[in-house]
Ligand binder design. Structure first.
Ligand code: NAD
Ligand code: TYD
Length: 355
């Protein structure tokens, strides 16, 4: 069994679904179900005995200790986090609580559990921490992409809290010998992405006839990775990564935000044309920039390719088309997220009440 935290969120849910599509090894899924946690993402696993969902907080030491003792996982994969930069600007406290204090408590509970395992189980055990390229700060246009040796220069409350968690994970290896792995990934996109982030927000706003808000000049660069490629990288690092190492994960897809939004509009123009025949790009609206907005992220993922043979399977063109198609094929998921009904999804499944 593996313990996945934050497995009802965007990347965690994709990871759990992909894991169980390829393996019968059960998943214990611990998630606090914040606004970003959506059990509807895991609807296809209802009744599947290989998936055990627990509603709880990684910072609840007693709960985590009990889960570890009862289920004896061979690995913990920590996705649980507050993840949205804009929210971190308006309310940083929750980011410190979950990303820093929560990770600390999780590490401590895992360390106690790991310390009690027999020697074979101890050496086979892994704690994999899922982190972000944002810990490295912002690049100038001509700078080389981030390698694993890049200095940490986090600029937002979100990235500062993730950087702190990465440092804790590193220290728990160096000080206590906990067998940890860390992955630092670039911006993900794909199915089940909460529509507060750029790509899903643009898709759902476009379809709803709403403005498509571009922060500042729209020339900020992000390095996009299809979420299922991130999941395959995590599986590979878990399987073969060198203990104590960090691995950057990226898709070699650096693009300015404005290009991304035009690509999304172009796909929607093709797949779901507007009734008036105009392009969705007419809905683009320039708005005030995000404070402290990082200009450019770019990941050098060569270590992962060289050491573990991982490469992304999707290009940006194939991944973004799949993503737009997924949102068009899942209007109910979008409607439930927009109405808030996703928060009651489990209840409505069992009572039959209208969502
Ligand atoms: P998300 O916000 O969609 O999901 C986070 C999940 O964690 C939610 O299900 C939420 O309910 C859960 N959670 C929050 N606080 C918790 C707590 N205290 N205890 C237990 N569960 C809790 O985030 P995501 O985009 O899926 O990101 C997952 C991880 O990957 C995060 O650690 C994030 O920093 C990292 N990451 C994300 C991206 C990206 O582009 N989305 C890129 C690189 C790294
Ligand atoms: P986001 O999806 O929030 O991810 P991150 O801030 O972690 O990179 O934003 C991606 C980029 O898109 C970022 O440069 C901010 C920009 N952006 C907009 O221009 N408009 C929006 O409405 C959003 C949500 C983001």
């Amino acid at each position: 069994m593996i313990l996945v935290t934050g497995g009802a969120g965007f990347i965690g849910a994709n990871f759990v679904l992909d894991w169980l599509a390829q393996s019968d090894e059960p998943v214990l899924n611990l998630d606090k179900l914040t606004y970003a946690g959506n059990r509807e993402n895991l609807a296809s696993l209802e009744g599947d005995a290989r998936h055990l969902f627990v509603h709880g907080d990684i910072g609840d030491s007693a709960l985590v200790a009990d889960l570890l003792a009862r289920h004896q996982p061979r690995a913990v994969i920590n996705f649980a986090a507050e993840s949205h930069v804009d929210r971190s600007i308006h309310g940083p406290e929750a980011f410190i609580q979950t990303n820093v204090v929560g990770t600390l408590r999780l590490l401590e509970a895992v360390r106690a559990y790991w310390g009690g395992l027999n020697a074979d189980a101890q050496s086979a055990f892994r704690f994999l921490h899922v982190s972000t390229d944002e810990v490295y700060g912002s690049l100038a246009p001509s700078d080389p992409a981030f390698t694993e040796d890049h200095v940490f220069e986090p600029n937002s409350p979100y990235s500062a809290s993730k950087a702190a968690s990465d440092h804790l994970v590193r220290a728990w290896h160096h000080t206590y010998g906990l067998p940890v792995l860390t992955t630092n990934c670039s911006n993900n996109y794909g199915p089940y992405h909460f529509p507060e982030k750029l790509i899903p927000l643009m898709i759902v706003n476009a379809l709803a006839g709403k403005p498509l808000p571009i922060y500042g000049d729209g020339q900020q660069v992000r390095d996009w990775l299809y979420v299922k490629d991130h999941c395959s990288a995590i599986r590979r690092v878990l399987e073969a990564g060198r203990v104590g190492e960090t691995y950057n994960v990226g898709g070699w897809n650096e693009k300015p935000n404005l290009d991304i939004v035009h690509t999304v509009c172009g796909l929607l123009d093709e797949l779901r044309p507007r009734a008036d025949g105009q392009s969705y790009s007419g809905q683009i609206t320039y708005v005030k920039d995000r404070p402290g907005h990082d200009r450019r992220y770019a990941i050098d993922a060569r270590k992962l390719e060289r050491e573990l043979g991982w490469k992304p399977a999707e290009t940006f063109d194939t991944g973004i088309r799949k993503t737009v198609e997924w949102y068009l094929a899942n209007p109910e998921w979008v409607a439930h997220v927009q109405s808030g009904a996703y928060r009651d999804w489990v209840q409505t499944q069992y009572t039959g009440a209208a969502a």
